[in-house]
Design a protein. Sequence first.
Length: 216
Amino acid sequence: MRTAIDFDAHYSSPDPWGLKHAGRRDRALGKVITPYVDGRSVLELGCGEGHLTSTIFSRAKSVKGIDISAIAVSRAQALDLPSASFEVSDFLTVSFAGYDVIAAIECLYYLSAAEQDAFLQKLVREHDGVFILSAPIIGANEHRSYYTHSGIVQMLARHGLSILQWRNLNAYWRAGIGGIAAAAMIRLPFGEALIPHLPEALVYQRCYVARRTGNT
Ligand SMILES: C[S@@+](CC[C@H](N)C(=O)[O-])C[C@H]1O[C@@H](n2cnc3c(N)ncnc32)[C@H](O)[C@@H]1O
């Protein structure tokens, strides 16, 4: 999936990624992201139907959500959120200037490796605030090539970005017996407190907060 046609087809029915059931991920995301977005101006890349715009980004001073899918953007606009605006755009071409925070939650890996490099080059040229990246760190699976923790560290460093903080978002139940056990444990009462302590091999998604080196 890469083009507007691909993503529009995916959005033929609402909530194609089942985000209404992503409460655990959203709570973990909120813990790491909220302090950076509270009262700030945010550019939310790959905002989809506005699920995160209406939840974890709702305390930002302003949010501009952009997405390549016109169908998703029209659903986000229909939420009529205060302090939020939405635009159909490819995040390889949108301007990054003028925001306190730029967030790419679960969307950068749709770009090829060369496109990701171009994206990060443009980002550091135009933006000197906080950059938030969230993605699976499981390597590649049958769907696509995601990231590894060391791959993200190297990719950000290569572009002059220093990591301020990172946080595990959920367990990877397909990581053998350990993954099944971890996924079961975090569903127990108070089990979510274990998520930050999961070893890397049992983690599905991780969220990184970074900033241009020297601006930390
Ligand atoms: C997996 S969804 C994530 C939605 C939301 N960020 C979340 O995590 O809840 C990925 C979103 O990225 C958007 N997207 C993918 N590539 C894009 C691009 N090059 N420019 C803008 N949006 C893009 C897709 O249309 C889709 O809405």
